[in-house]
Design a protein around this ligand. Structure first.
Ligand code: ATP
Ligand code: SF4
Ligand code: MG
Length: 315
């Protein structure tokens, strides 16, 4: 059984102008001890998928399908069950630590509050001891626990956020653009750290990012999203070597053109999810488009072991 097994997940926000189907019939698995990189252009539904796993989406949002974590379907679970998992077995790291850390609270207070929220009977000293251990694990000198968030650099603050996310040793960590606001050296340090902790804790990681280079370096598998749909999935090396979906090919080419060393991007814009194109949502931009591509969504096929692609070129 997979650690996380998302099956036919649809998430539709309710807005005044109509529903926005931000995740559309998505199927995805994360195994223990592996990192899945979830990539795609801005607005394609990556964060929505991450938030749906934690059940932190606005009330009134339509959620269909299943998200089975540790044998429990989180879509069908009640709020009390979700609360039990959230932050403990399932944890989330966001992009911007400064908006999540309270400037008026010391690092120690953050940990004590968090630990007591889940385990109210914990003594302050015990909570601090656990906090010091996990701070050491993310390479923050534990004695700095008495300091306030502004006394740390951006990279250190993000490591503190990761420490907060790891305090209960979750089995799944969702890292949503965890290093976007950091420079490349600090980014590499943070991702190295996540990699070593992933091994130590035998944790599954869903790494949400725009950055294909990070996925190439730090993920085991890649899932490519387009307009709420999962376009392609597979092992990182396999997909990078031989992308199959025209969108994946475009994304990989848009990183850098090795012949001209110019940055290229896929012509056109991702669709407005209020008015998505019919059929395959990539068809208005696809260089391989065929007449039937605009009639219905292509079936998911498995061109070979460990690979899945939703494109008529392979069905
Ligand atoms: P980015 O790379 O910019 O972070 P993303 O892939 O994470 O983008 P989401 O944030 O999941 O994309 O958004 C997917 C779609 O859902 C977008 O069209 C967005 O405008 C819409 N959306 C996100 N949150 C809400 C909300 N609370 N209510 C209505 N629409 C929303
Ligand atoms: Fe292109 Fe058609 Fe494949 Fe969509 S289904 S990616 S439009 S070839
Ligand atoms: Mg996002």
């Amino acid at each position: 059984m997979s650690l996380l097994d998302i099956s036919h997940l649809t998430v539709a926000y309710r807005t005044r102008s109509g529903p926005i189907v931000a995740v559309n019939d998505a199927t995805l698995r994360v195994e223990r001890g592996t990192t899945v990189g979830l990539v795609g252009e801005s607005g394609c539904g990556k964060s929505t998928l991450g938030k749906a796993i934690l059940g932190i989406i606005p009330e009134g949002t339509r959620v269909e399908g299943s998200i089975v974590f540790d044998g429990v379907d989180l879509v069908a679970a009640d709020e009390a069950t979700l609360q039990k998992y959230r932050g403990r077995n399932l944890s989330l790291v966001f992009q911007d630590p400064m908006t999540r850390l309270n400037p008026l609270m010391t690092i120690r207070d953050h940990f004590v509050e968090l630990i007591r929220a889940h385990e109210p009977e914990t003594e302050k000293e015990d909570a601090e001891k656990r906090a010091r251990e996990i701070l050491a694990a993310v390479r923050i000198p534990p004695d700095r626990i008495k300091q306030y968030p502004h006394e740390f650099s951006g990279g250190m603050r993000q490591r503190i956020m990761i420490a907060l996310a790891l305090v209960f040793r979750p089995s799944l960590l969702i890292a949503d653009e965890p290093t976007t606001s950091l420079d490349v050296i600090v980014e590499a340090q943070i991702l190295e750290l996540l990699r070593s902790i992933k091994r130590e804790f035998d944790m599954g990681v869903l790494l949400i990012t725009h950055n294909l280079g990070l996925v190439a370096e730090y993920a085991d598998e890649i899932a490519v999203m387009y307009a709420g749909h999962l376009a392609e999935r597979g092992g990182v090396l396999d997909v990078f070597e031989e992308p199959q979906h025209p969108y994946t090919k475009g994304l990989l080419e848009s990183v850098i053109d090795l012949d001209t060393t110019e940055l290229r991007s896929i012509p056109g814009q991702p669709p407005d999810l209020l008015h998505p194109p019919s059929g395959c949502p990539f068809h208005p931009r696809c260089p391989s488009v065929m007449p039937h591509c605009s009639t219905s969504f292509p079936p998911i096929t498995r061109p070979r072991e460990g690979r899945e692609v939703a494109c008529y070129l392979y069905s």
